[in-house]
Design a protein around this ligand. Structure first.
Ligand SMILES: NC(=O)C1=CN([C@@H]2O[C@H](COP(=O)(O)OP(=O)(O)OC[C@H]3O[C@@H](n4cnc5c(N)ncnc54)[C@H](O)[C@@H]3O)[C@@H](O)[C@H]2O)C=CC1
Ligand SMILES: O=C(O)[C@@H]1CCC=N1
Length: 266
């Protein structure tokens, strides 16, 4: 067994699907652990991997362990699997929890890599930051990069930056969904049908993001391209600046960064 995924929730299954869809590993090479797999009524699709309700049994059978549980339960999970963990690679996506914290609860021989992905990984448009702990080997980093690049793009960063990444790209999809929803509401307010308003809002956000990626131009330049003298856009922008949308987004990201740090201390 090459990989054990502990926690088959939103992010655990998102990465599982990415790993399988991109042929990084086969279902027979993966075991997933989650208490819910023992429940009769769970309705998740695990795509044919083996599953168990026992983290210990899963870890025993794999060389690489993906930790996809909530930060609040991570310590307990690590303590439960410690005796089966010698010489293994641990990949943790838990917000806020440092590689040092993780190592404290594992045998000396373990290697640890921290990753901060985001949910657009489900459609192969994720962005993931990768912070290798001291003992991680080049092969370990390559393996993790392969997973992250399979579901979007992986970038290697120093660990002291990972809380900032968590607040920006880890949490960021939620902020963009709020913006999309608000734009659609604005369309409805102005007489468009809900379906049309939502389609226009989504495609505007997706297209604008694609423009930044494809042209490499500064967002300010692209904004100026939309903005005719005395026209509609500059009148809209005046409201955005008056109400402080930039400040709101900066504060939101900063609060999320702070919360990530707090989770690491809990
Ligand atoms: N949802 C997101 O957008 C992102 C989440 N993360 C991180 O991913 C981790 C998982 O988050 P989500 O998938 O959103 O949460 P989730 O609640 O969807 O999934 C957590 C899973 O862990 C399982 N679980 C609970 N206790 C367990 C235990 N003792 N042993 C094994 N499994 C157990 C739960 O049954 C659940 O299926 C968190 O640490 C979070 O910080 C990181 C980046 C983005
Ligand atoms: O909200 C959270 O704590 C997780 C980490 C980043 C995105 N979701």
């Amino acid at each position: 067994m090459k990989l054990c995924i502990i926690g088959l929730g939103k992010m655990g299954t998102t990465l599982l699907y990415g790993i399988l869809d991109n042929n990084i590993l086969e279902a027979k090479d993966i075991i997933g652990c989650d208490p819910v797999v023992d429940e009769r009524e769970h309705n998740k699709d695990y795509r044919g991997i083996r599953t168990t309700g026992s983290n210990y049994r899963g870890v025993e059978q794999a060389d690489n362990i993906l930790l996809a549980v909530k930060p609040q339960v991570l310590k307990n999970v690590l303590q439960g699997i410690k005796p089966a963990s010698e010489n293994k690679l641990f990949i943790s996506i838990a917000a806020g929890v440092s590689t040092d914290r993780i190592k404290e609860n594992l045998p000396e021989s373990c290697r640890v890599i921290r990753v901060m992905p985001n949910t657009p990984a489900l459609v192969n448009q994720g962005v993931s930051a990768i912070s290798p702990g001291e003992k991680a080997t080049d092969d370990d980093i390559e393996f993790v990069k392969k997973i992250c690049n399979g579901v979007g793009k992986g970038v290697v960063i120093e660990e002291h930056l990972i809380d900032a990444v968590t607040g920006l790209s880890g949490s960021g999809p939620a902020y963009i969904y709020v913006i999309i929803e608000a734009l659609a509401d604005a369309g409805v307010l102005n007489g468009l049908s809900r379906d049309l308003a939502l389609e226009l809002a989504v495609r505007t956000v997706a297209g604008s993001a694609e423009m930044v990626l494809k042209t490499g131009q500064h967002p300010g330049q692209l904004k100026d391209m939309v903005t005719s003298p005395g026209g509609t856009t500059i009148n809209g922008l005046q409201v955005i600046e008056k109400r402080g949308l930039r400040g709101i987004l900066m504060e939101a990201v900063s609060r999320a960064v702070e919360r990530s740090r707090e989770l690491g201390e809990e």
